[in-house]
Structures are given as C-alpha cells and as structure tokens.
Design a protein around this ligand. Structure first.
Ligand code: PMP
Length: 396
C-alpha cells in the first residue's frame, strides 16, 4: 500500500471537504452577484463562510478575502502595498520565505525596497535581530512565515508580531504550512495572514488573505466588485465551503494528533540516524511542525533515493539538487549553511494527520533497503554524481 510522505507539497482531499464541495456545487452554484433568490442564498452562504473563517482566526469577517491560494494572497499583499506605501518605504522579509513572498515583494516593490531578515543556524528569526533591523531601517511591514515548508521550523511569530506592534510596524505571516497543523486562533493578532486550502485537506485553487483593515484597497485582480471590492471574479463558493470543512476536520483533535505524530516522526528520525551514521537532520534542535523531517543523507544523490523509494510505493520529496548556483533553489537549506554538495543529498519527508506508526516504520525500512541497494551499486561513494541541474522541489 503506497504511503504518502509529501504533505507539505499538497494533501489529498479530505472526505468532509469533498462532501462539502459536492453539496455546495449542488445547492449554491448560482452566481453570488446575481439578483434572484437562489443567487442571494449563494451570497448568504459565502458570507457565512467568511464569518466562520473569521471566527476561526479571531478576525472581523470583513477582513477576509478569498483567493485562489497562498501565491495569489502573497502577490495581492505586495501589489497592494506597492500602491499605498510611500515610494521610499521599505519592507522586511525573512531569509527563508516561500518564493511567492520573496519574488512578489521584489517584483511589486523593487529589490531595493525589500530587506532580508537573517535567520540563526536553526533557521529561526531572532527577535533581537528583527528589533535591530526595525530600529535601523523602520520598515513599513515585516513578513515572517509561521512555519517553514522545507524544514518545518516554527517561527516565534507571536513575539515578532508583538515587537512589530510595539514599534508601529505591520506584521504579515504566511501561514500556509501552519493552518490545519497547529491552532489557528492566535494568528488573528497578525495584521495580514495568508492561507491555502490544499495544504490541509482542502481543494487546490482556494485560499485566503486576511487584510489589516477591511477598508484597504488591495485588488490584485481587477474587474467586478466581488469580495467587497478586494478581488474581481466570480467567487468559488464550493471551493471555499470545502476549505472550511477541511480546516474543521484538520483542527479536530489537533493536540492529540500533533503529540502522536511527532512521536512517530521522532522514532523515524532516530531509526534513520541509527541506520545511516552521518545523516544530518536540519533544524533538529528547533521547534518544528509535527510532520516534517528535512535530512541530508550521508551519501547518494537525493533523486536516487526518491526514484527507488517511489518504486517501493513511498512518495517523498527531494531537496534542491541544483548545482547551477541559481537563486531560489532550496533557499532554506542554503540559509542554514549547507554546501552545494550537500544540497544534492537533501530529502524531505512530510507525513499527514492519518499517517500511521507502521507507515513511518516502513518508510525507515525502505530507506534502509534503498541505502543497501545504492551502496551495492555505487560501492558507497558519496553522492557527487554528474547530475547537472535539477530544479528545487521546494517551490511546491
Ligand atoms: N507559502 C508557503 C509557505 C507554501 O508552503 C506554499 C505552497 N507550498 C505557498 C506559499 C504557495 O501556496 P499555493 O500553492 O496555495 O499557491
């Protein structure tokens, strides 16, 4: 039975989300902007969904804008800021942001207006470093993701947000990897929040951006006045209903899930270290998502591990095997001081809410088998193949 260990890339649709999507598509397929009764019902259902998400996050529903996902939300944020900030205002983003934050900020504001907040060797933004940056440069906005998609490292965003508040700076968090894996209520204290349904059992193509103020004019998509003027285009109500159903399902027994799953994940990591002396787990000492392990294998290129594990029915993700020096290839691993040579040996394993102890144990067993197979074929040589340029898998 294949085991899926790539939940940070995307998740399968939760049955509750599928059911909600089907029901919404049957009952509320009318255009929410139309004027007859049925359309009014769609509009009401849409506003009820906005309220439910607002409640879940602890923000006024008017601040919630439904989007097509985290990439659009992050673009909308910086596009909006580019229109309303003074031309000399700068923003600060962490060195480990997803490309949809980094590239959007640079493109919409210009490279010179985007400062980078360095991370410590564990991949964490230290409040003292951020404070010094704020005092020196006075950014208009700070953007630090809640949880990292590659390493799973959790940022101390409540402290960072507080620091920003004390200094009159707006704080944005890309919570795409946090939502559905950890409690969401406190996120509402951030000025801007990004989320994406397909990271927690919802459908692809649905997400949200929470605005600092409902009156802000942040339209990335121009056209009709949908989403209270924040985003043009007919609303994807079935997707939104499914996103909410998935979030509710993911949030059920979250405490229990995270305790149980982190035990399985830690046992897997221990077994891997025993089987492969020299294996390095990135940010092992930092608080991390309960489902993620980012590892530098002691030998053999990550693609070799991936293809052989795929044949055995396990889906994992490679780290960046990019040897071209192209920016954007596993920025996180680079930020943690890994060499180019090590980048070729990075693999990421990310379990899900229902991943069993046996799945984790079987995965460790499969790694051991593949390791023996590769050692046999390659006589245990370090993974320095001539494999030329591989794109990073972590743009997922
Ligand atoms: N931000 C983070 C932290 C992510 O992990 C991802 C998806 N991997 C995105 C943004 C982009 O999300 P989407 O696929 O919804 O555009």
């Amino acid at each position: 039975m294949p085991a899926y260990f790539d939940h940070n890339a995307t998740t399968p649709l939760h049955p509750a989300a599928r059911e909600a999507w089907l029901q919404a598509s049957d009952r509320h397929w009318h255009n929410a902007s139309s004027l007859y009764r049925e359309a009014g019902l769609t509009s009401q259902a849409l506003e009820a969904a906005r309220e439910a998400l607002g409640d879940l996050l602890g923000v006024e529903p008017e601040r919630v804008v439904f989007t097509s996902g985290a990439t659009e939300s992050n673009n909308a944020l910086f596009a909006g800021l580019s229109k309303c900030l003074p031309p000399d205002a700068v923003v600060a983003i962490s060195a480990i942001e997803h490309p949809s934050v980094r590239e959007a900020a640079r493109a919409w504001l210009g490279r010179g207006r985007v400062l980078e907040i360095p991370v410590d060797p564990q991949g964490i933004v230290q409040p003292a470093i951020l404070k010094a940056l704020i005092l020196q440069h006075g950014p208009a906005l700070v953007s630090v993701m809640a949880a990292n998609n590659e390493s799973g490292v959790l940022q101390p965003w409540p402290e960072l947000r507080e620091l920003c508040r004390e200094n009159g700076v707006h704080f944005h968090t890309d919570a795409a990897q946090w939502m559905g894996k950890l409690p969401a209520e406190a996120l509402g204290t951030c000025n801007y929040i990004t989320g994406s349904a397909h990271k927690f059992g919802g459908p692809k193509g649905t997400g949200f951006l929470v605005l600092a103020d409902a009156a802000e004019s942040f339209p990335l998509l121009l056209g009709g006045p949908q989403e209270h003027g924040h985003r043009a285009g007919t609303e994807n109500y079935p997707g939104i209903a499914a996103m909410l159903a998935a979030l509710k399902a993911a949030n059920q027994n979250l405490g229990e899930t995270s305790l149980k799953q982190s035990r399985y994940r830690d046992a897997f990591a221990a077994q891997m270290k025993q089987t492969f002396p020299g294996l390095r787990i990135i940010s092992a000492g930092a608080p991390r998502l309960w489902n993620t392990v980012l590892m530098v294998m002691p030998r053999h290129d990550n693609l070799k591990w991936l293809t052989r594990l795929t044949r055995r029915g396990f889906a994992i993700s490679t780290g960046s095997a990019c040897s071209s020096g192209k920016e954007g290839s596993s920025v996180v691993v680079q930020a943690l001081g890994a060499s180019w040579e090590e980048l070729k040996r990075v693999v990421r394993v990310s379990g899900g809410w229902d991943t069993s102890e046996t799945d984790w144990r079987d995965l460790a067993g499969a790694f051991a088998e593949v390791g023996a197979e590769l050692d046999e074929g390659g006589k245990g040589r370090a993974g320095t193949s001539s494999n030329p340029v591989m794109p990073s898998q972590f743009w997922d």
